[in-house]
Design a protein around this ligand. Structure first.
Ligand SMILES: [Zn+2]
Length: 131
């Protein structure tokens, strides 16, 4: 990897990176694909690598969410779904929820469920009455 903090005086087209403020030669920059995409800006190599890792992470979670949606679709309507899940899947779900270090209030759970339209009206009435 080349020196990222070159002297602007020796650059052909010096420009400050929008993200980190360091100077880089425009020729060595990269078009931002996420952070400044709508403004069509060029960022330095270091920030490009950071942005790239973030995009990879976004893609990972996008795929995870699609796969989870496919796996979980309709499970809430199945009788005894939890007990039919394999133990290791139950453990994994419990582990993920407990590691989120979040405690949800009944109002928050309700808001999440309302958002995702996972509660029919009858269930919603029940949850509301429990609040
Ligand atoms: Zn930068």
């Amino acid at each position: 990897m080349e020196d990222l903090e070159l002297d602007p005086d020796t650059m052909e087209m010096p420009c400050p990176c929008e993200h980190c403020g360091n100077w880089f030669d425009l020729h060595d920059g990269y078009a931002s694909e996420k952070w400044y995409q709508e403004r069509n800006l060029v960022i330095c190599e270091k920030c490009h690598e950071e942005e790239d890792a973030e995009i990879e992470d976004d893609d990972y979670w996008y795929d995870v969410n699609i796969e989870l949606s496919n796996a979980l679709y309709g499970l809430d309507k199945k009788e005894g779904a939890w007990d039919k899940l394999e133990k290791n899947n139950q453990v994994l779900i419990i582990d993920i929820v407990s590691k989120s270090k979040r405690t949800f209030t009944a109002e928050q759970v309700l808001a999440i469920l309302e958002d995702t339209e996972h509660l029919d009206d009858a269930k919603m009435m029940f949850v509301r009455s429990e609040l």
